[in-house]
Design a protein around this ligand. Sequence first.
Ligand code: NAD
Length: 416
Amino acid sequence: PAASAGGDGKSKKIFVLGGDGFCGWPVALHLSDIGHEVVIVDNLSRRKIDVDLGAQSLTPITPAEERVATWNGLSSREPIRFVNLDLALEYDRFVQMMREERPDTMIHFAEQRAAPYSQKTPATKRYTVDNNVRATHNVLCGIVESGLDIHLVHLGTMGVYGYGNSGGEIPEGYIDVQLPGGRERSILHPAYPGSVYHATKCLDATLFQFYAKNDLLRLTDLHQGIVWGTNTDLTARDERLVNRFDYDGEYGTVLNRFLMQAACGIPLTVYGTGGQTRAFIHIKDTCKCIELAVANPPEPKPDWGAVEILNQVAQTARVRDVARIVSDLTGVEMQLTENPRNEAAENELAAENELDVSNRKFKMLGLEPTLLESAAGLMTEVTEVANKYQHRVDRSKVVSKAYWNKERAAAAGAAD
Ligand code: NAD
């Protein structure tokens, strides 16, 4: 097959941790398609959570082995392999696997990623911390133990910066401050999580900082916005490759939920005033960003700025403006509802929250982000997918049942 392997022309062996998930699966296919050798590592916990929640992907995703075999049948590249392994619980097996396979790069998607789910019950809070922090630390500790020079690319979130917390543009990971005594220093942007899930990403960032400084690991942390869309050109090649599409109140992210609601003629539920500003990125751009991050590993260095941090974001927009774009496109109305979350737009002291984000590094590396205003075609693609699988929608699952704190639950009559 024609070589390309993403920018620097080097074909790498890449572990995609969490490669059965919504972002991981299309990224695994993309990296394979451009000529990298891909091994997916996933414990399928996301599929099990669906069973527990009585929810399912809107799209009928096939079992992991079947989607991988389908891809390998269609592609002329090195076959993708799938390994069922729990990164939080099977440390020794994972280190053994690294030693045998000797990957150049690992991409770490393998965490519980829904903020509402992380706030749902004491059990889901504890699971989110146990799973995410252990998985991340096992990966870091395992790289050191393996003795290999592996570049780790981690998917973090814009939520680590906190929302409604900034006065001006959010930089890429670091801010310049004057320390007591007058010394100037570039430090990690203060962490200000809004949920247990976001708190785990802040803890991850501290672990990265330590391992980059202490063990000189090559680490890239991507602070990603809300991903929208479902299929890419590659997952659309065969119905058995279809990507997952979460629409339920816990896992469905805002723009995809609106597009699904529009396809089903359900009013678009906007929490609170809809004045919350969020960062967005289309799934195709996620794939491109990971390709660029893989091609540009940072040099190891023992100082404060050792972790390469990029904001993986196409643009920011207010939730109600996003709803308006979808409403204008589809004719389905918006509906303001009580906000179950403890968010800044709800706070009388804070005006509606603002989020102004730098994505300079990705742009310099060549990303041409897809903007919402000119993405009617891509939005229509999603509503078509949602239309096609409308018979699988359980309308009772669309609105979140998770309340951020007891006061909010009581106000909504949902205590306990
Ligand atoms: P997802 O839940 O669809 O995928 C995560 C995958 O990781 C799942 O397949 C799950 O089974 C696997 N996994 C979880 N814990 C594991 C463990 N201990 N061992 C092995 N596998 C494990 O989530 P996603 O939407 O694809 O998100 C991927 C990453 O990107 C997450 O870390 C998330 O925080 C980040 N992110 C996602 C979004 C978004 O909008 N989807 C936005 C910002 C950041």
